[in-house]
Design a protein around this ligand. Sequence first.
Ligand code: ADP
Ligand code: MG
Length: 356
Amino acid sequence: RFLPNLPVIQALPDTLISQIAAGEVVERPASVVKELLENALDAGATQIQIKLDGGGISRIALTDNGCGIAEEQLPLAVARHATSKIKTLEDLEAVASLGFRGEALAAIASVSQFTLTSRPASASHAGQITNLAGAWQIQPAAGAVGTTIQVQELYYNTPARRKFLKSEQTEYGHCRDVVERLALAHPQVSFMLMHNGKVTAHFNQAAATGSAAEPNAHEQIRAQRIRHVVGDELMPHMLPVAVQAHDLALTGYVVHPTAARARADLQFFYVNGRFVRDKVLTHAVRAAYQDVLHGDRQAAYVLHLSLDPRGVDVNVHPAKTEVRFRDSRSIHQFVFHALQQALGATKPQAPETNGV
Ligand code: ADP
Ligand code: MG
């Protein structure tokens, strides 16, 4: 029988490990935008600017006014498995930040030309870290308080992956979706998106009526952003949802069944501020609509579920859009009943149409 030469087991070089991990974290430019936006939000930013060129393939530059990174910490920010967000297993089980795996920047930097410039409020100038020919270089730089990350020529060094990217316009569309998704969930933050030098989306706080100091200002901005995403036509048909039970709360909007759409393109579910795709939640929505939705019509919704972070595991996949609920049965029931209640209010309209 044939035996191969005795195999030699070797530890992989660091960059290759990151490039392998990048396969899961960085699927396309939109995944870079998502990771960078999540970092900016975790850093407490209130103003975020995203500049894309060529669908994000040639350039993604994201600037935030968050807390920044101390210059001596820059090498750690881009190192694998280094994070400021958790320290222990207990922290992981109750994680409230969007990030926690400490691998996004390392993964992104391993497949792009990457520059991070950052300045905390306490520093007199910014620090900059760049990957040049596989080595990191740090130097002082000019820069406002906050962080700017520039990612150029995504996958330039992994051409096989680069081939999987779609057209500029398609990649841009995915990036825009990511910005919309996060803007819907973070009314306290302004988002400006530019593509090829033009402003293509602006989710501004100032655009809302009333000042941000008003108690329901966030609610107004939230509603305005939902209008921006679902459109002026559909917005009057969106029913508010606000249900709370114990430590569970469901808020947001769901479409009136008679205005349901042919396409399932306006479905946004967030768990503790994180956009997720989850079977339990999708099923609960579908079940609640079952009796009131006609045939092939699709629900439209923007829903926020909040619960004790200990009740949900977000560490299921590196992209973190999947979650596992500790008690998925009671989550399902809660969402189902909350929506049934919101939609139940629509039933008295039926007699009007059939003349009973
Ligand atoms: P994670 O977000 O999982 O911690 P990342 O690789 O995305 O891992 O980021 C590594 C670390 O770099 C973060 O924990 C954070 O301390 C710091 N960091 C990244 N982006 C920013 C930013 N925009 N502002 C401030 N700190 C940042
Ligand atoms: Mg992160």
